[in-house]
Design a protein around this ligand. Structure first.
Ligand code: IVH
Length: 671
């Protein structure tokens, strides 16, 4: 009974492994990640070890890879291209060391090489000329891709005079991350298919009928292993063979290291696990090899792998999972970003349930649809990303996804401007935007108000306590204290944090205002160059555009922001609340109007009302909306307000024109 169960599972695993071998080796289109594949192999290996009675003669564990698929002619390898046994821990490395002790004794030195995630290649040179380039295929027989490989710059076509009579070199063809991204960009632009990862892109580029296509793709090559050599020098160590290959003109890895113990090997693996993103190509582990070639001969090989080498595999950064739904989120500037709702998976060491899809064009280029099985990637601390669909697993007639035309939060129309990739909710009162804007204002990189995270902001907005960022400074704490989770202490803390935020640097305040295109760097540059919020408000667009680090796009956006009355009102309320408007660097404007109060009425020629009032305030003066006994002067433009003029006349307040106003700003004097 139990045996039946094990035999059934073994059959099932064998079938799965064979299927995925075919996808990987023959179709260059794997459906599952290497780690998921390895899991299947491990499970079958364990079953076979613990229940030898279930082992079938055709177990995939005794075959290597798949069979060639027919687009290219077959090549029988002179010596088989074997695969490598795998480990994923120090313990397993030590176990490998122990196993080797049965065959060799004495000191062992190890070569550590990065395991490049590309395609294994066998290159055959006769009389110094490249005559055959073959893929691994099933390990015995591969595909002849000589024509295509000959177009790759990194692969020498002709070796120098020191070339041996006959030479077989093994190495990896791969694509750098930069070349991969560039290729995908090009493919998106020309409507071609995009690739899921650099390995797929390298495989797809190599397995072309037309060598011209291969030539147009930027492929790299690294040699890592000497095959059969006739008429070459004798070597004692692997590292010597690599030196020699380098001298012959082959690219070899600069990261290779020969180490004296498995402890050091483990350190090398850990180091590269941490640094895997510091290099411009993808690696999925480290290949550890015995350096002494005589020891290698003693060790020999099993049916599928040499005993003298092992692959230390890194945890995968890609997994496949179900894309349940595509939704759209609204950001603080109104940007509508599509994102994938996934069946959660652990990838790159973290649970991923959501992943960004960036924008409409990206969704189209990747052609991902709700219901697809997709490849999800999470590399380092990079935001999880959906790489693309696994097309063979797509259910029949799965409908295309289309971008919504209205905001999912407020229902206002979504708009995509000509020539822009992003789509926006055009309603500035959209509650979705409000929550995002306010929580951004309170966030670490901006005003850093502890206790005012997105959830709290959402609650306060829903309760009508907050509608814009200025409301933070007149928050009704009595009402807050009535909400669940807000005790006297946390309310006091929140009040303290809000108060403390008033003295943050001007750059932080600028960041907090959510001015499109103006980030942290731009804000700092601007605060330093202008020295005060009022100068920024009053500055002509061209002046800001001329500041290094700002430029025309950001300057236009800043001008647009401050030209909107509602933004100006918010800024004025922030001023009244006592927020710091003073920047570092450039000295503040001379406070010529300190203690004065200047009223503006009517239309001036060179100043908008707002700019004139900002100029008064930036020089220390007050700019109230009505005339009183305290008013120093009334600036009178065309079509002035009758009431203001009458009151000024009544109180004997000086009435001045635009020119006098400008002199007043400069000198603080009316004469
Ligand atoms: S040596 C018998 N060295 O890993 C040893 N392989 O299963 C043959 N790989 O697909 C392999 N980097 O393409 C070796 N420095 C390296 C490697 C490397 C990547 C790949 C190889 C093959 C797989 C081994």
């Amino acid at each position: 009974m139990a045996d039946d169960h094990f035999a059934e599972r073994a059959d099932e695993l064998a079938e799965l492994i064979a299927y995925h071998n075919r996808r990987y080796f023959e179709l260059d289109d794997p459906e599952i990640s290497d780690a998921e594949y390895d899991e299947l192999v491990r499970e079958l290996a364990k079953l076979e070890r613990e229940h030898p009675e279930v082992v079938s003669g055709e177990s995939p564990l005794r075959q290597v890879g798949g069979a060639p698929v027919g687009l290219f002619t077959e090549v029988r390898h002179r010596t088989p291209m074997m695969s490598l046994d795998k480990t994923a821990s120090y313990e397993e490395l030590l176990a490998w060391g122990k196993r080797m002790e049965r065959y060799i004794s004495g000191e062992v030195a190890f070569n550590c090489e990065l395991k490049i995630d590309g395609l294994a290649m066998s290159l055959l040179y006769e009389g110094g000329r490249l005559v055959t380039a073959a893929t691994r295929g099933n390990g015995e027989v591969g595909e002849d891709v000589t024509q295509n490989v000959a177009t790759i710059d990194a692969v020498p076509g002709q070796l120098g005079p020191r070339a041996p009579e006959s030479l077989e070199v093994r190495g990896e063809i791969y694509m750098t991350v930069r070349a991969f991204e560039e290729l995908n960009r090009r493919q998106t632009e020309t409507g071609g298919r995009t690739f899921i990862n650099p390995r797929n892109a390298a495989a797809g580029s190599l397995r072309q009928k037309d060598p011209e296509v291969t030539a147009s793709r930027e492929l790299s090559f690294t040699a890592y292993q000497l095959g059969e050599v006739i008429g070459g020098p004798a070597f004692k160590y692997h590292h010597e063979t690599i030196e020699w290959l380098k001298d012959l003109g082959f690219p070899v890895s600069p990261y290779e290291q020969t180490l004296g113990s498995l402890e050091e090997v483990d350190q090398y693996c850990q180091k590269w696990l941490e640094r895997r993103h510091s290099i411009d190509f993808e690696i999925d582990g480290v290949v550890v090899k015995v350096d002494d070639l005589a020891q290698r001969r003693e060790l020999g090989a099993t049916s599928h792998a040499p005993r003298w080498a092992i692959a230390y595999k890194f945890p995968p950064e890609e997994k496949t999972t179900l894309l349940k739904e595509i939704m759209v989120s609204i950001g603080r500037t109104g940007k509508a970003t599509p994102f994938a709702v996934l069946e959660p998976v652990i990838v790159g060491g973290a649970r991923v349930g959501l992943a960004t899809l960036h924008n409409e064009d990206q969704v189209r280029a990747k052609d991902v649809r709700p219901g697809d099985t997709v490849v999800v990637r999470r590399a380092g601390d990079v935001i999880p990303e959906v790489r693309g669909p696994v097309l063979p697993l797509r259910p029949k007639d799965l409908p295309l996804w289309s971008f919504p035309t209205t905001c999912p939060i407020c229902g206002a129309p979504l708009q995509r401007l000509e020539g822009e990739a992003d789509t926006y909710c055009i309603n500035v009162d959209c509650p979705g935007q409000q929550v995002q804007r306010i929580s951004h204002f309170a966030s670490r990189g901006a005003m850093d108000i502890e206790g005012l995270g997105e959830r709290t902001v959402y609650l306060f907005c829903k309760e009508g306590l907050l509608a814009d960022v200025a409301d933070i400074y007149s928050l009704d704490f009595e009402r807050v204290q009535g909400y669940e989770g807000f005790g006297a202490l946390s309310v006091a803390n929140l009040a303290g944090a809000i108060n403390a935020s008033k003295s943050r640097p001007l750059a932080n305040l600028l960041v907090g205002l959510s001015i499109r295109h103006l980030g942290s760097n731009g804000s700092q540059v601007l605060a330093r160059a202008m020295g005060h919020m009022d100068r920024i408000i009053a500055a002509p667009e061209a002046e800001m555009a001329a500041i290094e680090g700002i430029g025309p796009v950001i300057a236009a956006s800043i001008s647009r922001f401050f030209s909107l009355p509602r933004n100006r009102q918010v800024v004025e309320r922030l001023r009244e609340a006592g927020l710091n408007f003073q920047g570092p660097g450039a000295p503040a404007l001379e406070q010529t109007l300190a203690g004065m109060s200047v009223v503006v009425t009517g239309t001036l020629e060179r100043w908008s009302r707002e700019d004139a009032e900002a100029a008064i305030k930036s020089r220390g003066g007050k700019a109230p909306g009505s005339v009183s006994q305290k008013t120093t002067a009334v600036v009178v433009g065309s079509d002035p307000g009758g009431a203001k003029l009458a009151r000024a006349t009544e109180l004997g307040v000086p009435q001045i024109d635009e020119g006098t106003f400008e002199r007043l700003l400069e000198t603080g004097s009316l004469s």
